[in-house]
Design a protein around this ligand. Structure first.
Ligand SMILES: NC(=O)c1ccc[n+]([C@@H]2O[C@H](COP(=O)([O-])OP(=O)(O)OC[C@H]3O[C@@H](n4cnc5c(N)ncnc54)[C@H](OP(=O)(O)O)[C@@H]3O)[C@@H](O)[C@H]2O)c1
Length: 317
């Protein structure tokens, strides 16, 4: 498709974020697409009037919402911050869904494994063992592995509540939408100034400065490599998958501790890694003990170990 007039118009929101920058790259690398990259300095998506006006003028056929309020602990303890989280993660996706519907555009919205609780008592309630198939807690839940796309959502913390609100507003107001849940995102640091550094970058720095590090041996879930997720997003859209909820994360569920052992092995860092319980690092927001995302609808992504190896090589750590 070389004719400029038939290029598909894609709008990436949150384009300077960790995921957003990869979405921009993957779509810009394909001459079938005409990409518009917007970040907070171009548009504030929590302002419904402004958002409606700007997007209606652009008329994209695909809208990718990679914005996000991700300060999990801050919004747990501060009311004003929780309000911000609800505005950006909860209400704004609904504005996008309404506009997308009006324009007959496809909306891709990103959510999180933190919509699930994953507490051990939920995993193995007495007498059930996780396989009864009839109790409320086990609907769509496979104890040994994690949560399917249709598993019951019970967020443990305010961040998860704000993200679930976003899923609900997209479902309520949208028509042609994909809600893609991911977990533990890693990749090149975001260009935006408010964005978090990924866990692996932080642990590489800590490892180089210390002889021993303590790492939480809990919170089993899968890492998601931002370039792999961007590529999969494009694949989902292009293959015309049915609209709905998808789980996209790299294979190989692990705890934070297990991931750091792997990281230091790959990066040849000799620092001793000590497994500890989450009680050693109390934080305001509770995390799911296990929140592995089970993908029943797509070809699986490569393992996080392969993705991490590539990340380390490309970024010369
Ligand atoms: N990071 C994770 O581990 C993780 C885990 C699960 C799910 N997710 C989800 O994955 C998605 C992408 O996350 P990410 O880590 O790539 O995010 P990120 O790096 O924090 O980037 C978010 C982007 O959104 C922009 N933004 C913030 N407020 C905005 C507003 N009102 N209007 C327009 N743009 C705004 C930010 O711009 P400024 O910096 O200029 O403000 C930033 O570029 C989010 O939906 C997130 O909730 C992330």
């Amino acid at each position: 498709m070389n004719n400029k007039s038939v290029k598909k118009k894609v709008l990436v929101m949150g384009s300077r974020g960790m995921l957003g920058q990869e979405l921009v790259d993957i779509f810009k690398g394909d001459s079938d697409y005409n990409v518009t990259a917007w970040d907070f300095n171009n548009i504030d998506i929590t302002d419904e009037v402004q958002t409606k006006e700007k997007i209606s003028k652009l008329k994209p056929e695909i809208i990718l919402n990679a914005t996000g309020y991700n300060a999990v602990d801050l919004c747990e303890k501060d009311k004003a911050e929780f309000e911000k989280a609800k505005k950006l993660n909860g209400k704004a996706p609904g504005f996008l869904a309404k506009i997308a519907k009006k324009l007959d555009a496809t909306l891709v919205h990103y959510s999180t494994d933190y919509v699930f609780d994953g507490m051990p008592d939920v995993m193995e309630p007495e007498g059930c063992g996780g396989s009864c198939g009839s109790c409320r807690l086990h609907e769509g839940f496979t104890p040994e592995i994690g949560f399917r796309e249709d598993a019951i959502t019970i967020p443990l913390q305010k961040y998860g509540k704000s993200k679930l609100m976003g899923e609900e507003t997209v479902q309520r107001f949208g028509e042609k939408y994909y809600i893609i849940r991911l977990s533990k995102l890693f990749g090149k640091p975001a260009k935006s100034k408010t964005a978090k550094r990924s866990f692996f970058d932080v642990m590489l720095e800590v490892g180089k400065k210390n002889k021993e590090v303590k790492v939480v041996d809990e919170e089993t879930s899968c890492f998601t490599y931002a370039p792999d997720l961007a590529k999969k997003t494009k694949e989902i859209i292009e293959s015309g998958k049915p609209y709905g909820i998808y789980h996209v994360a790299n294979s190989g569920a692990c705890t934070w501790y297990e991931a750091v052992v792997e990281l230091y092995k790959m990066a040849k860092i000799k620092t001793k890694v000590v497994p500890v319980s989450s009680d050693e690092f109390p934080r305001p927001a509770q995390r799911p003990y296990v929140s592995t995302l089970i993908n029943t609808k797509l070809n699986p992504l490569r393992s996080y170990k392969l993705a991490l190896r590539e990340y380390l090589k490309q970024n010369k750590f």
